[in-house]
Ligand binder design. Structure first.
Ligand SMILES: N[C@@H](CCC(=O)N[C@@H](CS)C(=O)NCC(=O)O)C(=O)O
Length: 215
């Protein structure tokens, strides 16, 4: 059974979680608390030396980092995978876009402006710069989705999950998502997919990492 190390509220951790849920694959979640610094602690670094979540451990005990890479493993052989060589390349294209233009801007703006605002005090200019960069990325995404129901055309899959992870919490990063109407319509389509679960479900029945169950 897969074990997913995750932290509450994380769009990155939500991606493998949602994929596992939608494919009805058995897994358990261990909650590593970023706010308490557990990701940087020695105990977690023995498991993932990169000190980041999500981290996925397979039944054979092999660990894999990077949320979008996990989707390729979890969804292998399923209807959520891109089919042709061209679609696989397009999927990677959008996943790299997500990790370079959206996630690195939405995530810190949301963390410092919404999740831990006490840490964001005095960093308003940095937050505004991240928001501007995120809006530029969202404009690119909106233009793409104006002509497509889903990221790769007419079929939902892991590329949609990769993009949805942070885009759907863009408002918590102080970005008005209504300014991106095609993104909003696509998000609603994503929410209508069978087996969809909200981000709030991520650590709802997780075992705390601090309980020592991971050892
Ligand atoms: N590119 C990575 C990003 C992972 C990442 O930044 N994770 C954050 C939580 S969303 C983290 O573990 N931060 C730990 C820390 O800053 O101590 C992915 O997509 O998985």
């Amino acid at each position: 059974m897969y074990m997913l190390y995750a932290t509450r509220g994380s769009g990155n951790c939500f991606k493998p979680f949602l994929t596992l849920c939608q494919l009805d694959i058995a897994f358990s979640v261990l909650e590593v608390d970023v706010l308490k610094g557990e990701t940087r602690g020695e105990a977690f670094r023995r498991i993932n030396p990169a000190g980041a979540v999500p981290y996925l451990v397979t039944e054979e005990g092999v660990g894999i980092g990077e949320s979008n890479a996990m989707l390729w493993l979890i969804a292998e052989g399923s209807h959520l995978m891109p089919g042709s060589a061209l679609d696989r390349a397009r999927s990677l294209q959008w996943m790299f876009f997500e990790q370079s233009k959206l996630e690195p801007n939405i995530s810190p703006a949301r963390f410092l402006g919404h999740i831990a605002p006490h840490l964001g005090r005095g960093r308003e200019a940095e937050i505004a710069a991240w928001q501007d960069k995120a809006r530029a990325g969202l404009a690119t995404l909106d233009a793409h989705l104006a002509g497509h129901d889903y990221m790769l055309g007419d079929r939902y899959g892991i590329t949609d999950i990769a993009l949805y992870g942070y885009v759907h919490v863009g408002d918590e990063a102080g970005i008005d998502l209504q300014a991106f109407p095609s993104v909003c319509t696509w998000m609603e389509r994503v929410r209508q997919q069978p087996g969809h679960v909200p981000l709030s479900a991520l650590c709802a029945s997780a075992t705390p990492f601090s309980s020592g169950c991971a050892a």
